[in-house]
Write a protein that binds this ligand. Sequence first.
Ligand code: ANZ
Ligand code: ZN
Length: 877
Amino acid sequence: MSDTSLTQPRQEQVAPDAGPRYDFAAAEPKWQQAWADRACFRVADVPTDGKPKYYVLEMFPYPSGKIHMGHVRNYTLGDVVARYKRARGHSVMHPMGWDAFGLPAENAARERGIHPAKWTYENIANMRAELQRMGLSLEWEREFATCQPEYYSHQQKLFLDFLKAGLVERKESWVNWDPVDGTVLANEQVIDGKGWRSGAPVEKKQLNQWFFSITKYAPQLLDALDGMDRWPERVRLMQANWIGRSEGARLSFSLDESADTVEVYTTRPDTLFGMSFLAVAPEHPLAAASATRDPKAAAFVAECRSRGTSEVSIETGEKLGYDTGLRVRHPFIEGATYPVWIANFVLMEYGTGAIFGCPAHDQRDLDFARKYGLDVTPVVLPPAADPASFAVGKEAYVGPGTAFNSGFLDGLDVDAAKRGAIEALEKQGVGKGVTNWRLRDWGMSRQRYWGCPIPVIHCGTCGIVPVPDDQLPVRLPDDVTFDRPGNPLDHHPTWKHVDCPQCGKPARRETDTCDTFVDSSWYFARFCSPAAAEPVTKAAVDHWMPVDQYIGGIEHAILHLLYARFFTRGMQDTGHVSVNEPFTGLFTQGMVNHESYRSADNRWLYPEEIEKRPDGTAVLRETGEPVTVGRVEAMSKSKRNTIDPGAIIARYGADTARWFILSDNPPERDMEWTESGAAGAFRFTQRIFRLAEALDGLRAEIMPDAFGPAGRTLRRTTHRCIAAVTDALETFAFNVAVARLYELANAVTDAERAAPEAGLAWARREAMETLARLSSPMMPHLAEEIYARLFPGNGHLVAELSWPEADPALLVAESVTIAVQVMGKLRGTIEVAPNAAADIVLAAAEADPNVAKALEGKRIVKRVHVPNRIVNFVVAG
Ligand code: ANZ
Ligand code: ZN
């Protein structure tokens, strides 16, 4: 059964032209105001109410200008959790802010002459209003934008604390340089050797950069993943791979004709006897030395430099090498020597920047060896392979096996051979076993204006001088120009010229700003005490952190989450927080997809431009020309298959948008936004409003002593719905919760049509009240509207009520279904009272017509009865 089939509403009973009676356009702002007036979502920085705390956070948005459906889904999910947890008696912190620094604002400045601050704050104002229309239970009092000096000044303080604690380093490093944008690019921003934005071929350049020493925490960041059982397995795996612990060896090869050595890192010391070359990175000192002697080597190094190096392109790109003419000696094989190559697939930043190549058991080495005619000697024999005939063709053998062609290692399995090789290297004093990490330090400086200034001063005499605390924040100057490439802070006529805080001589401000990932690495901690004069108030973060439920896109599975985890550890070590992990629970939601449309002349069309026919085809709304209905894919501007949340809310109201987005699929999966689905959700809001309206005048204050059959059925459905929705909300099965609420609405409709009986009105009111309260995390406005109708003047808001409790007596089934088998074959089912006595059950089973037929003419030799489950007759004859 597909998940969507759960949620199909019953055909509406109301004539389509009856017109909406529930005036969402009036109701939604009214309830939003009521929540604000009553401060329903306010919590103290350091609460004293004794309630258990619950911190719900959705990844804060980048203020691009408008909210999109991905935001609607993300924030609705978080809001369901926040409202539910509040009702369950938690004191819930649910804040919102803006990840407001970044390149698009600077691009807007360059392209349209708008100041980045103006562009950003206007976008924030617009998006805030849109989010407010969604009726999210956010505590807007905690709002901040990372571009405000009130925020980034504390980030500067943290940077300086990290610097003091040895968690910041300035080092020369090879960087990807975008010559057009005039900035350093992260590996992820290099696509096919070109800058992700400029498209210019990326160059390698050596620059002084600021680094956070994330590698210092590599073991902790890896080990802690084990205990993070409320994170998706997939994300933990991605993080573990990114951190990339590997066990291997470092060993030094001596050059044949000099006393020099080259150190390599390998995870496969067991394959040393299969070595056929040694290769160094183009940036390796040995390559540089060759380049000074040999112009062809110099040309090769220069070519590699201009090609840029994202790791992906190294894996997939063409492998290029240059033979330096140097040779190295084998550590184990007397007299054997091997050529030293410079190779573009060896990374300077990993291991030692040099490898020994064993083509038989490494694909990159094999590709390289085949290209340049180097030897391929297998040294690991796959299980059951014949050593006399085993050969490697186009594919390297990377599986398990036993060492052969390998001298003293022969016969050992891979792991034993690794240990044996390391032992021998250690005995010879040329190598040792090591743990290696793939994780690199976090290069966090950017040559950009719209970011948090790095608070240091460069003095010719004193060197690097931290900006003293009393001079924080280092504010961005407003009067910058964007008329030429490069960093506007660097071009500014006066900003960078300051006196050294230590010696007073003229000095220069750092003009690099922080990578925007820094801003999002601690905002969750700042939310706990957003007005604090320090980065955080200790008592507040210690109360609220860690975030109990973090919700966001899978695209942040690696970098953002890892940086936030690092920052939290850094803040712990510098005394700012007590926790070492920021997010106890993580939920990653799926995408919002939509059909895409193309015109006859192959242009992408907006959904508003087309008209869907009942048979699923489509035509152009204006001209009736045919339209090709394309794939259902992630909403994107380029394919024009976007739906503007603002337009949906204006047309149907926020509750409809929220309800539909929750109903379609489990939240971790992609969902499809459809017009018909949104319209269906809207009809449902109207329908349950009418169900509540129909109760007007049916006042029944006191619970009756007894109920008739319709009342009993409805009450059981109501209480089972409480249990089921509670379960579903606990497990993020929000679409299941929605489906159960449809069922409850259907049950209320059935009761409305049932013959009058004593107590039924009371049961209907109970069902409607329950429907309102259980749906309130999803449709908070309508829930208030219905509740206010049911209990006019009682003065409570649903947002303040506790969660309904199911009456256990009503959860017990009145009958159970028992499968009846004859010789293990299902012949029928019977309904009996729960825990009915065996003789009654067996009699009912034998009386079932189908069973009776199967038993005809047979002798029953045994009757098996599993209470409440199964009856089986064993027969003879
Ligand atoms: C010899 C060898 C033989 C290797 C063999 C593999 C298979 P991980 O697991 O990611 O740590 N390597 C080492 N440093 C490198 C660098 N700077 N650039 C590119 N490649 C490098 O990978 C470790 C393996 O990657 C090492 O083990 C080395 O190749 C290569 F049959 O050494 B191996
Ligand atoms: Zn100085």
